[in-house]
Design a protein around this ligand. Structure first.
Ligand code: IPM
Ligand code: MN
Length: 354
């Protein structure tokens, strides 16, 4: 296989975790005789510093010309603490998603048995948890008209959805459910929001084409509760942008650490693979962050390339180090935990030697 991959490390711990996934990508390249051309690009705070643009044209060009994009993280506290900042690193990620038309964000949540004591829930609650959040990524309140009125003392963020935006992601969710437990739960707030009522209408229509998949509906407040009281009941959670953002962070900790959750975004142009966690600035440069979410995102990239053996061995390697307890400090029970780079080395060794 010959592929061109755009590599966007971003901010905070982004460069360190991406470095590990590139080590893993090279191990796969050697073991399976593939050829990957890596093209690096800037995004986020580091791109603002260089180009005054969090998603510069050059980075967009690199993404467009690649078969897939590997992305680390974005964000810098110097912007978080300045509500008046005009340009923000996060705008880079949103612009990239929008310009590449990446409307579907897939966030799988899996439980590792040896880590179940690390979950904030009782072990019996998380038994059998295997769910995916399918989050709409280019619409809703994130991208609606926003602004200030009344001399800046009133603010608004509009939430808008069109039927085709709901239809295409609904279809993707049903297709995904067909390969899994055949259950889709639409999460919305249809008792209050007009956009949610449109979602219900369109998803119910699309469902007619998928008679072997069950569909149920949950209000988002109820869904937030059931994610902690009965998480094993879920298979595919289909939801809009903002609800998906919040629920996927909630769902991520079921496994014990947000540092384990990978994601893939698909749409019109090159797909994007990224961990769901953020830039964790307090850990940046310390070699302590968990690289597993980023490495599992690489596995999702190989699945997208239909390279199932490659994806499988990456997943096995991650499961193996988790089982053995070679873990970074967010998950380790030991006095001395593994560093980011040691974790990467263990995974590389598993792939290269076994
Ligand atoms: C995510 C992140 C982003 C989002 C931020 C960084 C803009 O939280 O990918 O979940 O809200 O979509
Ligand atoms: Mn988020």
């Amino acid at each position: 296989m010959k592929k061109r991959v755009a590599v966007l490390p971003g901010d905070g711990i982004g460069p360190e975790i991406i470095e590990q996934s590139i080590k893993v990508l090279k191990a796969i390249e050697n073991r399976f005789g593939h050829q990957f051309e890596l093209v690096y690009g800037d995004i986020g705070a580091c791109a603002i510093d260089k180009y005054s643009d969090p998603y510069p044209e050059l980075t967009h060009k690199i993404c467009l010309e690649s078969d897939a994009i590997l992305f680390g993280a974005i964000g810098d506290p110097k912007y978080d603490n300045d509500p008046k900042a005009r340009i923000r690193p996060e705008q880079g990620l949103l612009k990239m998603r929008k310009e590449l038309g990446l409307y579907a964000n897939i966030r799988p949540v899996q439980i590792y048995k040896s880590l179940s004591h690390r979950s904030p829930l009782k072990e019996e609650k998380i038994e059998g948890v295997d769910l995916v959040v399918v989050r709409e990524l280019t619409g809703g309140i994130y991208f609606g008209e926003k602004g200030r009125k009344n001399g800046g003392r009133e603010a608004f963020d509009n939430c808008t959805y069109s039927d085709y935006e709901v239809e295409r992601i609904a279809r993707l969710a049903f297709e995904l459910a067909a390969k899994r437990k055949k259950r889709v739960t639409l999460v919305d707030k249809a008792n209050v929001l007009e956009t949610s009522r449109l979602w219900r209408e369109v998803v119910t229509e699309v469902h007619k084409e998928y008679s072997d998949i069950s569909l149920d509906y949950l209000f988002v407040d109820n869904a937030a509760m059931q994610l902690v009281t009965n998480p094993a009941k879920f298979d595919v959670i289909l939801t809009e942008n903002m609800f998906g953002d919040i629920l996927s962070d909630e769902a991520s900790v079921l496994s014990g650490s947000i540092g384990l959750l990978s994601s893939a975004s698909f749409g019109e142009k090159s797909p994007l693979f990224e961990p769901i966690h953020g830039s964790y600035p307090q850990a940046a440069g310390k070699n302590i962050a968990n690289p597993i979410a980023t490495i599992l995102s690489l596995a999702m990239m190989f699945e997208y390339f239909n390279a199932t053996d490659e994806a499988k061995i990456i997943r096995e390697a991650c499961a193996w180090i988790i089982e053995k307890g070679y873990l970074t400090e967010d998950l380790s029970d030991k006095k001395i935990s593994c560093s980011t780079s040691e974790t990467g080395d263990y995974i590389v060794n598993y792939i290269s030697l076994l």
